[in-house]
Design a binder for this molecule. Structure first.
Ligand SMILES: [Zn+2]
Length: 322
């Protein structure tokens, strides 16, 4: 356990007892990060009214004391994505019966949730689970990976996700950087780079979580619900629009779009993102010419750029039919 020495150094200074053992956490969700789910918000390491994740990135908000593992759409949530115990332990508390998508109720910000005691002063808590999905009860012994219920959007939640809080002796710690909860300056000599994850989790600063063709600029609500891209559209479609759904965009990032058809490139456009946004969408397109869209195969690509580096890319295809 490489963590013990660093925790000892950090926590003793803060008045903590030496941890008897450290946790090895596994992903608390049954999905693939970067493919079917992603991390929307990390633990806030900025002690001021501003915020910053452990890398000094923007994926946090002021006072956020956990990690939000999100699925991209309501449709993905409704398909049923399991919340899993991050480590073995005993169920110390549960709540169910809080409606999804309902306004938050004071004192029930966590929504439907589960608390697991791991011994040694360690606890994990799982919040915003789907109403009626909690499948463990207080006193149950769970293993790492035991299903606890499903990802939902209950309590204080603006998108479908599970909020994982990790506590040592009642104090929240960041599983990505447990010894440095009040700084994100990883260049400091006294800042350890250890984390509580067994299997490594790669930090993703932002990315593309959905894309598609449409005949008009879609409503954001439709995208968040799970709008899909049509396999085909008629030649008389009034416009050809390529939309992309993003997380973690920063001011100055750029979306680079390209649409091509049977006769070659139809458009290429670079759209600069003007402000930091946790969740957003952008769309570009062209109106139909009088003759209609040529029949055949179309392709759209979108790349999210931060300076010279590409944070994510996606490609969608479409057939124009008579
Ligand atoms: Zn959260």
């Amino acid at each position: 356990m490489r963590l013990i020495s660093t925790l000892t150094r950090a926590l003793c200074g803060a008045g903590f007892a030496l941890p008897a053992w450290a946790l090895d956490l596994a992903l608390p969700v049954d999905c693939t990060l970067g493919e079917t789910c992603y991390i929307q918000q990390y633990f806030d390491h900025d002690p001021s009214a501003a915020w910053g994740d452990f890398t000094c990135g923007t994926l946090a908000y002021d006072g956020h004391d956990g990690t939000d593992f999100a699925v991209p759409t309501r449709a993905a949530m409704e398909s049923g994505v399991a919340v899993l115990a991050s480590a073995a332990g005993t169920v110390a508390g549960i709540r169910d019966g809080v409606e999804d998508f309902a306004p938050k109720v004071d004192g029930k910000e966590c929504g439907n949730g589960v608390v697991i005691d791991h011994g040694g002063g360690w606890q994990t808590q799982y919040c915003h689970m789907r109403m009626g999905s909690v499948r463990v009860k207080v006193g149950d012994a769970v293993d790492q990976g035991t299903p606890l219920g499903l990802i939902g959007q209950s309590g204080m939640a603006e998108f479908p996700h599970v909020h994982l809080a990790v506590r040592k002796d009642g104090v929240e710690v960041d599983p990505f950087a447990p010894s440095t909860s009040n700084t994100c300056d990883m260049s400091r000599a006294d800042v350890a780079r250890d984390d509580l994850w067994g299997p490594q989790i790669t930090y993703q600063a932002g990315g593309i979580i959905g894309a598609g063709f449409a005949t008009a600029v879609p409503e954001f609500e439709a995208i968040k619900s799970g709008l899909s891209s049509p396999a085909s559209l008629p030649a008389a479609s009034p416009a050809l629009v390529l939309w992309v759904y993003l997380f973690g965009a920063k001011a100055g990032d750029a979306m680079v779009f390209e649409i091509s058809g049977p006769a070659g490139r139809i458009m290429a456009e670079r759209v600069v993102i003007e402000k930091n946004q946790a969740l957003l969408f952008r769309a570009v397109g062209r109106k139909m010419r009088a003759t209609g869209w040529p029949e055949g195969a179309y392709a759209g690509t979108a790349r999210l750029m931060r300076g010279a580096s590409e944070l994510g890319s996606t490609a969608v295809t479409l057939t124009i039919t008579p």
